[in-house]
Design a binder for this molecule. Structure first.
Ligand code: RFL
Ligand code: PHB
Length: 414
Protein backbone atom coordinates (compact mmCIF):
# COMPACT_ATOMS: atom_id res chain seq x y z
CA UNK A 1 0.00 0.00 0.00
CA UNK A 2 1.16 3.57 -0.64
CA UNK A 3 -0.24 6.57 1.09
CA UNK A 4 -0.08 10.12 2.21
CA UNK A 5 0.15 10.32 5.98
CA UNK A 6 2.53 8.71 8.40
CA UNK A 7 4.04 5.39 9.33
CA UNK A 8 2.29 5.14 12.70
CA UNK A 9 4.07 2.02 13.96
CA UNK A 10 7.25 4.13 13.80
CA UNK A 11 5.79 7.06 15.73
CA UNK A 12 6.45 9.34 12.75
CA UNK A 13 3.88 12.17 12.49
CA UNK A 14 2.67 13.43 9.08
CA UNK A 15 4.22 16.85 9.73
CA UNK A 16 7.16 18.27 11.66
CA UNK A 17 9.20 21.45 11.78
CA UNK A 18 12.52 20.07 10.49
CA UNK A 19 12.73 16.77 8.58
CA UNK A 20 16.24 15.38 9.01
CA UNK A 21 17.42 12.78 6.50
CA UNK A 22 20.13 10.52 7.93
CA UNK A 23 21.11 9.35 11.42
CA UNK A 24 24.84 9.83 11.00
CA UNK A 25 26.74 12.30 13.20
CA UNK A 26 25.39 15.31 11.25
CA UNK A 27 21.70 14.37 11.52
CA UNK A 28 21.88 13.24 15.14
CA UNK A 29 23.84 16.26 16.43
CA UNK A 30 21.53 18.62 14.52
CA UNK A 31 18.45 16.95 16.03
CA UNK A 32 19.86 17.46 19.53
CA UNK A 33 20.79 21.11 18.92
CA UNK A 34 17.25 21.76 17.61
CA UNK A 35 15.70 19.93 20.56
CA UNK A 36 17.58 22.24 22.95
CA UNK A 37 16.01 25.22 21.15
CA UNK A 38 12.54 23.67 21.40
CA UNK A 39 12.41 22.96 17.65
CA UNK A 40 10.71 19.72 16.66
CA UNK A 41 12.25 17.31 14.16
CA UNK A 42 11.90 13.83 12.71
CA UNK A 43 14.96 11.79 11.72
CA UNK A 44 14.53 9.28 8.88
CA UNK A 45 17.37 6.76 8.46
CA UNK A 46 17.63 4.10 5.77
CA UNK A 47 19.62 1.53 7.80
CA UNK A 48 18.97 -0.29 11.08
CA UNK A 49 20.11 1.05 14.45
CA UNK A 50 22.67 -1.80 14.72
CA UNK A 51 24.16 -0.92 11.35
CA UNK A 52 24.54 2.76 12.27
CA UNK A 53 26.09 1.90 15.63
CA UNK A 54 28.66 -0.46 14.18
CA UNK A 55 29.98 1.45 11.18
CA UNK A 56 33.72 1.96 11.74
CA UNK A 57 34.77 5.30 10.32
CA UNK A 58 36.24 8.45 11.80
CA UNK A 59 37.71 8.82 15.23
CA UNK A 60 39.41 12.20 15.58
CA UNK A 61 37.58 15.09 17.18
CA UNK A 62 38.91 18.63 17.20
CA UNK A 63 38.71 20.50 20.51
CA UNK A 64 35.91 22.64 19.01
CA UNK A 65 33.83 19.54 18.19
CA UNK A 66 34.48 17.89 21.57
CA UNK A 67 33.59 21.03 23.53
CA UNK A 68 30.43 21.61 21.53
CA UNK A 69 29.31 18.04 22.31
CA UNK A 70 30.19 18.55 25.97
CA UNK A 71 28.33 21.87 26.16
CA UNK A 72 25.11 20.23 24.95
CA UNK A 73 25.34 17.34 27.40
CA UNK A 74 26.69 14.74 24.96
CA UNK A 75 30.29 14.66 26.11
CA UNK A 76 30.32 12.53 29.28
CA UNK A 77 31.59 9.24 27.83
CA UNK A 78 33.66 11.08 25.23
CA UNK A 79 35.60 12.94 27.94
CA UNK A 80 35.87 9.79 30.08
CA UNK A 81 36.98 7.34 27.40
CA UNK A 82 38.41 9.57 24.66
CA UNK A 83 42.19 9.62 24.29
CA UNK A 84 43.69 13.10 23.96
CA UNK A 85 46.74 13.41 21.67
CA UNK A 86 48.70 16.66 21.64
CA UNK A 87 51.31 15.61 19.08
CA UNK A 88 51.80 13.46 15.99
CA UNK A 89 54.81 12.18 14.09
CA UNK A 90 55.85 12.38 10.45
CA UNK A 91 58.05 9.33 9.79
CA UNK A 92 60.21 10.24 6.86
CA UNK A 93 62.58 7.61 5.47
CA UNK A 94 62.46 5.90 8.86
CA UNK A 95 63.30 9.11 10.74
CA UNK A 96 60.79 10.67 13.18
CA UNK A 97 59.80 14.36 13.17
CA UNK A 98 57.40 15.26 15.95
CA UNK A 99 54.74 17.95 15.47
CA UNK A 100 53.97 19.16 19.01
CA UNK A 101 50.40 20.36 18.45
CA UNK A 102 49.92 21.52 22.05
CA UNK A 103 53.09 23.67 22.06
CA UNK A 104 52.36 25.08 18.60
CA UNK A 105 48.78 26.07 19.43
CA UNK A 106 47.13 27.21 22.65
CA UNK A 107 47.55 23.75 24.18
CA UNK A 108 45.14 22.05 21.80
CA UNK A 109 45.11 18.47 20.63
CA UNK A 110 42.72 15.92 19.17
CA UNK A 111 40.38 13.63 21.09
CA UNK A 112 40.28 10.10 19.73
CA UNK A 113 36.84 8.54 20.15
CA UNK A 114 35.37 6.15 17.59
CA UNK A 115 32.56 7.60 15.48
CA UNK A 116 30.55 4.44 16.18
CA UNK A 117 30.77 5.17 19.92
CA UNK A 118 29.68 8.76 19.34
CA UNK A 119 26.74 7.57 17.24
CA UNK A 120 25.68 5.22 20.08
CA UNK A 121 25.73 8.17 22.52
CA UNK A 122 23.78 10.36 20.09
CA UNK A 123 21.10 7.72 19.42
CA UNK A 124 20.66 7.15 23.17
CA UNK A 125 20.32 10.93 23.71
CA UNK A 126 17.73 11.20 20.92
CA UNK A 127 15.73 8.32 22.37
CA UNK A 128 15.78 10.06 25.77
CA UNK A 129 14.12 13.15 24.27
CA UNK A 130 11.17 11.04 23.08
CA UNK A 131 11.29 12.76 19.69
CA UNK A 132 11.00 10.60 16.52
CA UNK A 133 13.98 8.70 15.11
CA UNK A 134 12.91 6.10 12.55
CA UNK A 135 15.27 3.42 11.23
CA UNK A 136 14.78 1.46 8.00
CA UNK A 137 12.91 4.34 6.42
CA UNK A 138 14.90 5.15 3.24
CA UNK A 139 14.03 8.52 1.78
CA UNK A 140 13.27 8.36 -1.93
CA UNK A 141 12.74 12.00 -2.83
CA UNK A 142 12.50 15.58 -1.57
CA UNK A 143 9.93 17.74 -3.33
CA UNK A 144 8.44 21.26 -3.22
CA UNK A 145 11.64 22.63 -1.73
CA UNK A 146 11.02 26.03 -3.33
CA UNK A 147 7.65 26.32 -1.61
CA UNK A 148 6.62 26.86 2.02
CA UNK A 149 5.96 23.23 2.88
CA UNK A 150 8.52 20.84 1.41
CA UNK A 151 7.76 17.12 1.35
CA UNK A 152 9.98 14.13 2.07
CA UNK A 153 8.90 10.83 0.50
CA UNK A 154 10.11 7.72 2.33
CA UNK A 155 9.51 3.98 2.39
CA UNK A 156 8.80 1.71 5.28
CA UNK A 157 7.85 -1.98 5.05
CA UNK A 158 7.12 -1.69 1.30
CA UNK A 159 4.84 1.28 1.84
CA UNK A 160 5.49 4.82 0.69
CA UNK A 161 4.80 7.73 3.04
CA UNK A 162 5.12 11.51 3.01
CA UNK A 163 6.49 13.79 5.71
CA UNK A 164 5.66 17.50 5.41
CA UNK A 165 7.80 20.09 7.15
CA UNK A 166 9.08 23.69 7.23
CA UNK A 167 12.66 22.82 6.31
CA UNK A 168 14.49 19.66 5.19
CA UNK A 169 18.03 19.02 6.51
CA UNK A 170 19.88 16.76 4.07
CA UNK A 171 22.30 14.91 6.38
CA UNK A 172 22.27 11.75 4.27
CA UNK A 173 25.97 11.42 3.47
CA UNK A 174 27.70 11.36 0.11
CA UNK A 175 25.40 8.76 -1.48
CA UNK A 176 22.08 10.11 -0.15
CA UNK A 177 19.30 11.54 -2.35
CA UNK A 178 18.98 15.09 -0.97
CA UNK A 179 21.87 16.72 -2.87
CA UNK A 180 20.27 15.87 -6.24
CA UNK A 181 17.21 17.97 -5.32
CA UNK A 182 19.44 21.02 -4.68
CA UNK A 183 21.14 20.66 -8.10
CA UNK A 184 24.37 22.32 -6.90
CA UNK A 185 27.57 22.85 -8.86
CA UNK A 186 29.84 19.93 -7.94
CA UNK A 187 33.57 20.57 -7.51
CA UNK A 188 35.28 17.19 -7.51
CA UNK A 189 38.76 15.72 -7.39
CA UNK A 190 39.03 11.95 -7.58
CA UNK A 191 42.40 10.64 -6.34
CA UNK A 192 43.99 7.73 -8.22
CA UNK A 193 44.77 6.09 -4.86
CA UNK A 194 42.87 4.68 -1.86
CA UNK A 195 43.49 3.41 1.68
CA UNK A 196 43.28 -0.11 2.99
CA UNK A 197 41.89 0.63 6.46
CA UNK A 198 42.29 -1.93 9.23
CA UNK A 199 40.93 -2.24 12.77
CA UNK A 200 43.06 -4.63 14.84
CA UNK A 201 42.51 -6.06 18.33
CA UNK A 202 45.97 -5.23 19.62
CA UNK A 203 47.16 -2.44 21.92
CA UNK A 204 48.84 0.24 19.79
CA UNK A 205 52.60 -0.48 19.60
CA UNK A 206 53.44 3.18 19.17
CA UNK A 207 51.99 5.72 21.56
CA UNK A 208 51.68 8.46 18.96
CA UNK A 209 49.88 8.88 15.66
CA UNK A 210 52.43 8.25 12.91
CA UNK A 211 52.09 9.40 9.29
CA UNK A 212 54.76 7.54 7.28
CA UNK A 213 56.15 8.74 3.96
CA UNK A 214 57.67 5.70 2.26
CA UNK A 215 58.77 4.64 -1.20
CA UNK A 216 56.33 1.71 -1.00
CA UNK A 217 53.50 4.18 -0.34
CA UNK A 218 51.90 5.97 2.63
CA UNK A 219 51.05 4.24 5.93
CA UNK A 220 49.30 5.53 9.05
CA UNK A 221 49.50 4.20 12.59
CA UNK A 222 46.53 5.33 14.68
CA UNK A 223 44.52 4.18 17.68
CA UNK A 224 40.92 3.80 18.75
CA UNK A 225 41.35 2.73 22.36
CA UNK A 226 44.05 1.23 24.61
CA UNK A 227 43.08 -2.18 23.15
CA UNK A 228 42.37 -1.27 19.51
CA UNK A 229 44.78 -0.17 16.79
CA UNK A 230 43.66 1.62 13.64
CA UNK A 231 46.02 1.27 10.68
CA UNK A 232 45.92 2.43 7.09
CA UNK A 233 47.96 1.53 4.01
CA UNK A 234 47.87 3.38 0.71
CA UNK A 235 46.53 1.01 -1.97
CA UNK A 236 44.87 1.08 -5.40
CA UNK A 237 41.20 2.22 -5.63
CA UNK A 238 40.30 -1.22 -7.08
CA UNK A 239 42.47 -3.16 -4.61
CA UNK A 240 41.27 -6.75 -4.16
CA UNK A 241 40.91 -7.35 -0.40
CA UNK A 242 41.13 -11.11 -0.98
CA UNK A 243 44.78 -10.61 -1.88
CA UNK A 244 45.47 -9.16 1.58
CA UNK A 245 45.88 -11.86 4.22
CA UNK A 246 46.40 -10.62 7.79
CA UNK A 247 50.06 -11.61 7.49
CA UNK A 248 50.56 -9.61 4.30
CA UNK A 249 48.92 -6.56 5.91
CA UNK A 250 51.19 -6.72 8.97
CA UNK A 251 54.30 -7.30 6.80
CA UNK A 252 53.45 -4.29 4.63
CA UNK A 253 52.74 -2.11 7.69
CA UNK A 254 56.10 -3.12 9.14
CA UNK A 255 57.86 -2.31 5.88
CA UNK A 256 56.31 1.17 5.56
CA UNK A 257 56.32 2.08 9.26
CA UNK A 258 59.82 0.72 9.82
CA UNK A 259 62.17 2.69 12.03
CA UNK A 260 65.93 2.86 11.82
CA UNK A 261 66.13 0.92 15.13
CA UNK A 262 64.23 -1.98 13.53
CA UNK A 263 61.29 -1.97 16.04
CA UNK A 264 58.26 -3.75 14.48
CA UNK A 265 54.54 -3.59 15.28
CA UNK A 266 52.85 -5.93 17.76
CA UNK A 267 50.41 -8.07 15.76
CA UNK A 268 46.86 -9.12 16.64
CA UNK A 269 43.62 -10.29 15.03
CA UNK A 270 42.32 -8.00 12.28
CA UNK A 271 38.66 -7.33 13.06
CA UNK A 272 37.78 -5.33 9.98
CA UNK A 273 39.39 -4.27 6.72
CA UNK A 274 38.03 -2.05 3.97
CA UNK A 275 39.14 -0.04 0.96
CA UNK A 276 38.51 3.66 1.57
CA UNK A 277 38.39 5.91 -1.51
CA UNK A 278 40.24 9.24 -1.41
CA UNK A 279 38.19 12.01 -2.95
CA UNK A 280 37.57 15.72 -2.56
CA UNK A 281 34.13 17.10 -3.27
CA UNK A 282 32.24 20.33 -2.57
CA UNK A 283 28.62 21.13 -3.51
CA UNK A 284 27.92 24.83 -4.05
CA UNK A 285 25.58 26.14 -2.79
CA UNK A 286 24.92 23.93 0.23
CA UNK A 287 21.17 24.22 -0.18
CA UNK A 288 18.26 25.60 -2.12
CA UNK A 289 14.95 27.00 -0.89
CA UNK A 290 13.84 24.97 2.13
CA UNK A 291 16.42 22.15 1.70
CA UNK A 292 19.82 22.65 3.36
CA UNK A 293 22.72 20.18 3.19
CA UNK A 294 25.17 19.31 5.97
CA UNK A 295 28.12 16.96 6.41
CA UNK A 296 29.16 14.45 3.74
CA UNK A 297 26.00 15.24 1.75
CA UNK A 298 27.58 18.62 0.97
CA UNK A 299 31.31 17.86 0.91
CA UNK A 300 33.91 15.12 1.16
CA UNK A 301 37.53 15.48 2.23
CA UNK A 302 40.13 12.75 1.78
CA UNK A 303 40.58 11.12 5.21
CA UNK A 304 44.27 12.14 5.51
CA UNK A 305 43.49 15.27 7.53
CA UNK A 306 40.91 13.54 9.82
CA UNK A 307 38.40 16.31 9.15
CA UNK A 308 35.15 14.82 7.75
CA UNK A 309 33.43 14.28 11.10
CA UNK A 310 34.53 17.69 12.37
CA UNK A 311 33.20 19.46 9.28
CA UNK A 312 29.87 17.67 9.72
CA UNK A 313 29.64 18.87 13.34
CA UNK A 314 30.63 22.45 12.40
CA UNK A 315 27.98 22.47 9.64
CA UNK A 316 25.13 21.42 11.90
CA UNK A 317 26.21 23.82 14.62
CA UNK A 318 25.85 26.67 12.08
CA UNK A 319 22.64 25.14 10.69
CA UNK A 320 21.01 24.93 14.12
CA UNK A 321 21.83 28.61 14.73
CA UNK A 322 20.40 29.53 11.32
CA UNK A 323 17.19 27.61 12.03
CA UNK A 324 16.87 29.14 15.50
CA UNK A 325 17.03 32.63 13.96
CA UNK A 326 14.72 31.63 11.10
CA UNK A 327 12.03 30.46 13.52
CA UNK A 328 12.34 33.80 15.35
CA UNK A 329 12.20 36.00 12.20
CA UNK A 330 10.90 33.80 9.34
CA UNK A 331 13.25 35.56 6.93
CA UNK A 332 14.26 33.15 4.12
CA UNK A 333 17.44 35.19 3.43
CA UNK A 334 18.79 33.58 6.62
CA UNK A 335 18.53 30.15 4.98
CA UNK A 336 20.51 31.40 1.96
CA UNK A 337 23.23 32.79 4.26
CA UNK A 338 23.87 29.34 5.75
CA UNK A 339 25.70 28.16 2.64
CA UNK A 340 27.82 31.32 2.31
CA UNK A 341 28.68 31.10 5.98
CA UNK A 342 29.91 27.52 5.73
CA UNK A 343 31.65 27.38 2.36
CA UNK A 344 34.64 29.51 3.29
CA UNK A 345 35.52 27.18 6.16
CA UNK A 346 34.76 24.10 4.05
CA UNK A 347 37.27 25.23 1.41
CA UNK A 348 39.94 25.86 4.07
CA UNK A 349 39.50 22.31 5.27
CA UNK A 350 39.57 21.01 1.67
CA UNK A 351 42.84 22.92 1.20
CA UNK A 352 44.42 21.38 4.29
CA UNK A 353 43.19 17.84 3.53
CA UNK A 354 44.41 18.06 -0.08
CA UNK A 355 47.82 19.30 1.13
CA UNK A 356 48.23 16.43 3.63
CA UNK A 357 47.19 13.99 0.91
CA UNK A 358 49.52 15.44 -1.71
CA UNK A 359 52.69 15.44 0.42
CA UNK A 360 52.30 12.01 1.99
CA UNK A 361 51.23 9.64 -0.82
CA UNK A 362 53.00 8.05 -3.74
CA UNK A 363 51.01 9.06 -6.84
CA UNK A 364 51.15 7.05 -10.09
CA UNK A 365 52.13 10.15 -12.09
CA UNK A 366 54.98 11.11 -9.72
CA UNK A 367 58.58 11.04 -10.92
CA UNK A 368 61.71 11.23 -8.77
CA UNK A 369 61.62 15.01 -8.84
CA UNK A 370 58.10 15.04 -7.33
CA UNK A 371 59.19 12.60 -4.61
CA UNK A 372 62.21 14.78 -3.74
CA UNK A 373 59.86 17.80 -3.54
CA UNK A 374 57.58 15.92 -1.11
CA UNK A 375 60.55 15.16 1.16
CA UNK A 376 61.68 18.79 0.98
CA UNK A 377 58.16 19.99 1.84
CA UNK A 378 57.88 17.64 4.82
CA UNK A 379 61.37 18.62 6.06
CA UNK A 380 60.34 22.28 5.74
CA UNK A 381 57.21 21.94 7.90
CA UNK A 382 59.14 19.91 10.45
CA UNK A 383 62.02 22.37 10.74
CA UNK A 384 60.43 25.80 10.27
CA UNK A 385 58.56 26.90 13.43
CA UNK A 386 56.20 29.14 11.46
CA UNK A 387 55.40 26.39 8.91
CA UNK A 388 54.91 23.89 11.75
CA UNK A 389 52.59 26.33 13.53
CA UNK A 390 50.48 26.85 10.41
CA UNK A 391 50.19 23.08 9.96
CA UNK A 392 49.31 22.56 13.65
CA UNK A 393 46.61 25.25 13.52
CA UNK A 394 44.90 23.61 10.57
CA UNK A 395 45.28 20.14 12.11
CA UNK A 396 43.63 21.08 15.42
CA UNK A 397 40.97 23.15 13.64
CA UNK A 398 41.89 26.73 14.32
CA UNK A 399 40.96 27.89 10.81
CA UNK A 400 40.41 31.61 10.89
CA UNK A 401 37.35 31.35 8.62
CA UNK A 402 35.36 29.08 10.93
CA UNK A 403 32.00 30.57 11.84
CA UNK A 404 32.68 34.03 10.48
CA UNK A 405 29.38 35.82 10.05
CA UNK A 406 28.33 35.89 6.39
CA UNK A 407 28.82 39.64 6.08
CA UNK A 408 32.54 39.24 6.85
CA UNK A 409 33.18 36.63 4.21
CA UNK A 410 34.52 37.01 0.71
CA UNK A 411 31.84 36.37 -1.86
CA UNK A 412 32.78 35.69 -5.47
CA UNK A 413 32.23 38.70 -7.72
CA UNK A 414 30.76 37.67 -11.08
P1 RFL B 1 27.21 9.76 7.34
O1 RFL B 1 27.96 9.33 8.56
O2 RFL B 1 27.54 9.10 6.05
O3 RFL B 1 25.67 9.62 7.68
C1 RFL B 1 24.68 9.73 6.68
C2 RFL B 1 23.51 8.90 7.11
O4 RFL B 1 22.48 9.05 6.14
C3 RFL B 1 21.90 7.79 5.89
N1 RFL B 1 21.24 7.80 4.58
C4 RFL B 1 19.90 7.84 4.41
N2 RFL B 1 18.90 7.91 5.31
C5 RFL B 1 17.62 7.93 4.84
N3 RFL B 1 17.32 7.86 3.50
C6 RFL B 1 18.31 7.79 2.58
N4 RFL B 1 18.00 7.71 1.29
C7 RFL B 1 19.67 7.79 3.02
N5 RFL B 1 20.87 7.73 2.40
C8 RFL B 1 21.81 7.74 3.36
C9 RFL B 1 23.10 6.83 5.98
O5 RFL B 1 22.68 5.49 6.19
C10 RFL B 1 23.84 7.42 7.15
O6 RFL B 1 23.42 6.86 8.37
O7 RFL B 1 27.40 11.33 7.09
P2 RFL B 1 27.54 12.55 8.15
O8 RFL B 1 26.53 12.44 9.24
O9 RFL B 1 27.61 13.75 7.31
O10 RFL B 1 28.97 12.29 8.85
C11 RFL B 1 30.15 12.39 8.12
C12 RFL B 1 31.19 11.41 8.65
O11 RFL B 1 30.63 10.13 8.75
C13 RFL B 1 32.43 11.36 7.76
O12 RFL B 1 32.78 12.64 7.28
C14 RFL B 1 33.65 10.82 8.52
O13 RFL B 1 33.45 9.50 8.92
C15 RFL B 1 34.88 10.94 7.63
N6 RFL B 1 36.05 10.31 8.21
C16 RFL B 1 36.79 10.95 9.19
N7 RFL B 1 36.43 12.19 9.63
C17 RFL B 1 37.10 12.77 10.66
O14 RFL B 1 36.75 13.89 11.06
N8 RFL B 1 38.14 12.16 11.30
C18 RFL B 1 38.56 10.93 10.91
O15 RFL B 1 39.49 10.38 11.52
C19 RFL B 1 37.90 10.29 9.81
N9 RFL B 1 38.23 9.02 9.42
C20 RFL B 1 36.35 9.01 7.85
C21 RFL B 1 37.46 8.37 8.50
C22 RFL B 1 35.57 8.32 6.92
C23 RFL B 1 35.85 7.03 6.61
N10 RFL B 1 35.00 6.41 5.63
C24 RFL B 1 33.90 7.15 5.04
C25 RFL B 1 35.08 5.17 5.09
C26 RFL B 1 37.75 7.06 8.21
C27 RFL B 1 36.94 6.39 7.29
C28 RFL B 1 37.25 4.96 7.09
C1 PHB C 1 42.13 7.17 11.86
O1 PHB C 1 42.39 6.89 13.06
O2 PHB C 1 41.37 6.50 11.15
C2 PHB C 1 42.78 8.37 11.29
C3 PHB C 1 43.70 9.07 12.06
C4 PHB C 1 44.31 10.20 11.55
C5 PHB C 1 44.00 10.60 10.25
C6 PHB C 1 43.08 9.91 9.50
C7 PHB C 1 42.46 8.77 10.01
O3 PHB C 1 44.63 11.69 9.77
Amino acid sequence: MSGVGSARDLNVPPRTQVAIIGAGPAGLVLAHLLHLQGIDSVILESHSREHCEQRIRAGFLEEGSASLLESIGLGDRLRREGLVHRAFVFRLLGEDHRIALGDLTDGRGMTIYGQEELVKDLIAARRATGRPLAFQTPVQACSQIDGHEPVVVYRHNDEVWELRCDVIAGCDGFHGPSRAAVKPTAYTRQCPIAWLGVLAAVPPTIEEIVYAWHNRGFALHSVRSPQLSRLHLQCAPDEDLNQWSDERIWDELDARLSRRDGVTLDRGPILQKAVIPLRSFVAEPMGRGRLLLAGDAAHIVPPTGAKGLNLAIADVHALSQTLGRWYARRDDALLEDYSRRRLRHVWQVERFSAWMTSVLHRFPQHDDFDRKLQVAELRHVCSSPSAARALAESYVGLDSSRDLPAEHQLVAVD
